[in-house]
Design a protein around this ligand. Structure first.
Ligand code: C2E
Ligand code: MG
Ligand code: MG
Ligand code: MG
Length: 288
């Protein structure tokens, strides 16, 4: 009895494994075609001034409009892209697309900046920096209106190459943003060595704002001392926003105000806010 049980479990296990491998192979095949077929799309999540509630910028977030599975978020495919080395091409599609959309926003009189996520793996592209530096010439975007979000892990090696690369980007006008701050190794020295303009506090600290109060306060004063703007990510409740107001955080983003939106919907939201500008304080954000 026990024996057949074990045998069944073994068969079950290899079936699960096999299914998972088949799924992975199918995913990789689909991903290879996704770029050519134009299935990727950028969504935008507004980033707002904590004090005024005004939209200052937006984070560009990748989505995959899969023909059968529907709209997929990056947690379902970014890792596969990285393992396949496809993240270089997908990443390039992302920054070129966002650069073009920044130019289009500018032409429509929407003067806000957009930020682009760069995964650590994209830095293995020896031409990454040159391609980024060429964006203004090639797409007509304003470098001053584009930011690049990198995680602490990119800075960990403390290589001269990274430092030079970030300095050149900064010199061109691009903003350097540290994403998910507080979750990596806290070698604070790099904050001074690199031309960082913005720190994004990781969502986990905002989620438990009461228990992580000391750390969040520390990050806020760090930003103050270093003259770097601090952004809170993942703000979902009025209580979290109130805490940020009281403690002098500069900017925030999160479901409390808006989820990431398709570009057209983002533009509509922005224009609505512009129209309501005189009464901004009276506008209650949408609940998620
Ligand atoms: P991230 O850069 O830290 O982006 C923030 C994530 O938090 C986004 O998830 C966003 O939708 C989500 N978020 C925003 N507000 C809230 C909130 O109030 N509550 C909660 N629970 N979540 C919130 P998303 O879009 O699934 O992206 C996940 C990660 O995938 C990103 O984390 C980023 O590391 C990566 N990613 C996204 N787009 C790109 C891209 O274009 N290129 C690269 N290389 N990576 C990307
Ligand atoms: Mg980000
Ligand atoms: Mg983040
Ligand atoms: Mg992240």
């Amino acid at each position: 009895e026990a024996k057949t049980d074990r045998a069944n479990r073994c068969t079950q296990f290899s079936m699960d494994l096999r299914e998972r491998m088949e799924e992975k192979i199918a995913l990789e095949k689909d991903l290879l075609r996704a770029l050519d077929r134009g299935e990727f799309v950028m969504f935008y999540q507004p980033r707002l001034c904590v004090q005024t509630g005004r939209i200052l910028s937006a984070e560009a977030l990748l989505r995959w409009q899969h023909p059968e599975r529907g709209l997929l978020g990056p947690s379902l495919f970014i890792q596969a892209c990285e393992e396949m080395g496809l993240i270089i091409d997908v990443g390039e599609w992302v920054y070129r697309t966002v650069a073009r959309q920044q130019r289009e926003l500018g032409e429509a009189g929407i003067d806000i900046s957009l930020s682009i996520n760069l995964s650590p793996r994209q830095f293995s592209d020896p031409e990454l920096i040159e391609k980024i530096l060429r964006l203004p010439e090639e797409t007509g975007c304003a470098a001053k209106r584009l930011g690049f979000e990198i995680t602490e892990s990119v800075l960990l090696g403390d290589s001269e190459a990274i430092r030079t690369a970030l300095r050149r980007m900064k010199a061109k006008g691009f903003e350097i943003i540290i994403d998910d701050f507080g979750t990596g190794y806290s070698n604070l020295a790099y904050l001074q060595k690199y031309p960082i303009g913005v720190l994004k506090i990781d969502q986990t600290f905002i989620k438990n704002i009461r228990t992580s109060e000391p750390i969040t306060r520390l990050i806020l004063s760090l930003g103050n001392v270093l003259n770097v703007r601090v952004v809170a990510e993942g703000v979902e409740t009025r209580e979290q926003l109130d805490w940020l107001v009281e403690n002098g955080c500069d900017e925030y983003q999160g479901y409390y105000f808006s989820r990431p939106l398709p570009l057209a919907e983002f533009v509509e939201l922005y224009r609505t806010q512009q129209r309501l500008e005189p009464h901004l304080k009276m506008v209650t954000p949408k609940q998620p």
